[in-house]
Design a protein around this ligand. Structure first.
Ligand code: SF4
Length: 457
């Protein structure tokens, strides 16, 4: 297992790691491929086909805009979300996009340039096919797949999944059992073990800086989400609630006697602030996906605000432990709603946050594994059905529920080191089997439960 913390936590823009971040990266890669093949100045026409779940819910997720920006050379981790509207308006007005910011290509051609298709490429539910044509009718064609968490694979890479680095880490693991055993053998906590592994690929200072950046972006997203009122983009006209809740909680803490459950309101606030920012196309950290981006920051913020003795060192350990649990899932399965339902996004995030919180509350390695197991066990079977293809309903509240569940899972695990009936590895296997049995309409297709019933009502 050679994936890194920075494969689990990736900085990008909302609303979706598979439907926004992934397509932007794929489009950027395709544009670079054209440049490498000496094709940039030859391109007269572009066609992009979005398949499966991308075809079904891509419009609501802003996939079309992400593809345009990616073709222009933008990357999700460096793009300034504030500039997006201006750039898209300029493309609309001129009818041209600038391939890699320099080669003008007519966006509109005789046929629509972007096709949202309901069929699926054979190899993955989130497929994209890019075509570039020159004046003589020759073409460059490439397929890419958004495999979850903002990771993109070409045809070759889908077979040979990309690795974080060529060097083997000192403590490789692919399962919860292996991780626990390696920690016990080496006398290390999970965070210490991950820190050692990361140093196989980058200097210690870079690891610290990278984790610190993740921490800062998470905090900034919460702060921004707590400030902004108004409606989220899209036809559902969903009102943002985090800013109003923040004002209410601030006034309550000044005037009212202490409510013993007020911490829950704050956790809800943190999770909703992040997921509203995500839905609005703002900057978020995928953890492990954009749709589930609110859970880990909400539980981390809970730790910092409500746990006596919390510290920045604790937040560092929290993020490394959460990443370790995410890496166990990543070693077994892509973490996306299109493949597993929401158990593969909010369920995984809940599991990561539960284990991380148990660790910084002083849990043993076994208790951390147990917390992560509880966090997933009670999300098994959770479907993905974003209304209108927008990452808003049920996603925003679902993140808040995932964060609360994670805190409870950590507390349950810390009640004692009991003989576990179900291990983390067994619950992950169950999640994968459940995902495989789940009907396609419950896997990010916007054709199932809430979408259908809310319209009927
Ligand atoms: S329902 Fe869950 S998996 Fe589906 S888009 Fe929303 S957060 Fe992601």
């Amino acid at each position: 297992m050679t994936a890194s913390v920075f494969d689990i936590f990736t900085v990008g823009i909302g609303p979706s790691s598979s439907h926004t971040v992934g397509p932007m990266i794929a489009a950027h890669r395709f544009a670079h491929r054209l440049a490498q093949q000496g094709w940039l100045s030859r391109v007269r026409q572009l066609r992009v086909e979005l398949y499966g779940s991308l075809g079904a819910t891509g419009r609501g997720h802003g996939t079309d805009k992400a593809v345009l920006l990616g073709l222009e050379g933008q990357q999700p981790d460096s793009l300034d979300p504030e500039t997006v509207a201006t750039r898209l308006a300029a493309i609309r007005k001129s009818g041209q996009l600038l391939l890699l910011a320099r080669q003008p290509v007519a966006r509109e051609t005789q046929a629509p340039w972007l096709h949202f298709r309901r069929d699926t490429l054979p190899r993955h539910p989130n497929g994209m096919r890019f075509h570039a044509f020159d004046g003589a009718g020759d073409a460059v064609v490439a397929d890419y797949y958004a495999v979850g968490g903002g990771v993109v694979a070409s045809d070759d890479e889908l077979t040979l999944r990309p690795a974080a680095g060529a060097t083997a880490p000192p403590f490789p693991f692919r399962s919860g059992a292996e991780l626990v055993q390696r920690c016990r053998d080496a006398g290390l906590s999970i965070a210490q073990l991950i820190y050692e592994n990361e140093q196989a690929w980058r200097p210690a200072a870079e690891v610290v800086d990278g984790v610190q950046r993740i921490r800062i972006v998470m905090a900034e997203t919460i702060a921004r989400g707590c400030r902004i009122d108004g409606e989220l983009p899209g036809p559902l006209r969903v009102r943002r609630r985090a800013a109003a809740l923040h004002r209410k909680l601030m006034s309550r803490s000044e005037e009212s006697p202490r409510d013993p459950l007020s911490a829950l309101d704050w956790v809800n606030l943190y999770a909703m602030a992040v997921t509203e920012e995500n839905a609005a196309g703002g900057r978020v950290v995928a953890a492990p996906s954009n749709g589930a981006a609110g859970v880990v920051p909400a539980v981390l913020q809970y730790y910092l605000k409500f746990v006596p003795g919390s510290s920045e060192e604790g937040s560092f350990n929290f993020l490394l432990t959460a990443a370790a649990i995410g890496l166990i899932y990543k070693a077994s399965t892509p973490m996306s709603g299109a493949e597993l339902g929401c158990q593969g996004e909010v369920g995984v995030a809940c599991s990561m946050a539960a284990g991380a919180l148990a660790a910084v509350l002083g849990g043993t390695v076994g208790q951390v594994e147990h917390a992560a197991q509880i966090g997933m066990e009670h999300n098994l079977g959770m479907t993905c059905d974003p209304m209108g293809g927008l990452v808003q309903n049920p996603c925003i509240e679902r993140n808040a529920m995932g964060a609360i569940k994670a805190i409870n899972a950590a507390r349950m695990a810390l009640c004692g080191e009991r003989q576990q009936v179900v291990s983390l590895d067994k619950v992950i296997r169950t999640m994968m089997q459940t995902g495989a049995d789940m009907k396609t309409k419950y896997k990010e297709a916007s054709r199932g439960d809430l979408t259908v019933n809310v319209v009927e009502c």
